[in-house]
Design a protein around this ligand. Sequence first.
Ligand SMILES: C[S@@+](CC[C@H](N)C(=O)[O-])C[C@H]1O[C@@H](n2cnc3c(N)ncnc32)[C@H](O)[C@@H]1O
Length: 334
Amino acid sequence: MKCVKVPLRQLNDTRIKLMEAGQMNMEYKIKACEEYGYIPVNDDVEGYEIVCMRLEAMPKVARSFSELLEGELDSDEIENLRTSFDTIGDIVILEIPENLEDKKQIIGDAALKFTKRKAIYMKRSAIKGTTRVRDLEFLAGTDDSVTIHKEHGTRLKLDVREVYFSPRLATERKRVMESVNDGENILDMFCGIGPFPIVIARNKDVKITAVDINESAIKYLNENINLNKLKGSIETYCGDIAEVSKSFNSKFDRIIMNLPGLAYTFLDLAVDLIEDGGIINYYEFSDSYEQGIKRLESACSKKNKQVEIINCRKVKSTSPGEWHVAIDGRVTNK
Ligand SMILES: C[S@@+](CC[C@H](N)C(=O)[O-])C[C@H]1O[C@@H](n2cnc3c(N)ncnc32)[C@H](O)[C@@H]1O
């Protein structure tokens, strides 16, 4: 193997020069001895002493997920898998279609090599039940489902087997956080491990009441409050919002309702708990905004209130033709 021989003190500068000039042979490792360093090169390099040395080869790293699965899956199958990746901290969750079930181990191993994360799990069910958690099957790496996810400067600790969390809502959380004013008194009715409260309280001086029926979610939210430097404060409650809310003795400037399949059944309660002029950040699964707007209007009119729709957005696609939609409404007394 041809190498450039340089005194050790020049090793780093020479390495950078050769790399930038495309003259370094990247398939072999640099060797440093007592006085000299040896940099593998493709050819003679003018101005340098060239010697022949045996150097250790670099470990072969696959360039891409496709390369790792070449010969096993076709390019459409690989692309579909790649878009199904959800990375939560150092864990990757994959959706493997039924027709590739017999290749799940090869896919899991490839995902582990490609992502270099701690663990790969595959989805085994839809998100289900009151706590909105899905079954997962461990595929590769270390079977440890607790991780810390970083989002907008916050650290969110969670167990992917025990609680709901979607990294795909990060943009929505930032958008809501940016619309919050210092001083707001906020209720998150279905807070999970607290991504909305933590992202908001890290950036705004607010008071947040966070409720979830899942004990594990509240356990992690309590840890997350200590893991992050917050400007605002968060008070946590574990239980059904319909019950917990009976102990509240003030109303709220903002209520966050991210339980998209069932939030509409709690709209009457939210309308009771909102301050005059307060904002409801309402979510549901739908193919349009009309249904959600009608539900907000009807809940308000029952209580002699009215709602001004400030904003509607499609947060993410959930199935063909159906969206996780967000509707922001300002509620005022008539
Ligand atoms: C879709 S998750 C959203 C969690 C969190 N807001 C987030 O964005 O990650 C809905 C959460 O509502 C909780 N939940 C369901 N029914 C509830 C109820 N009646 N009262 C309080 N929490 C409830 C579930 O445990 C779950 O954590």
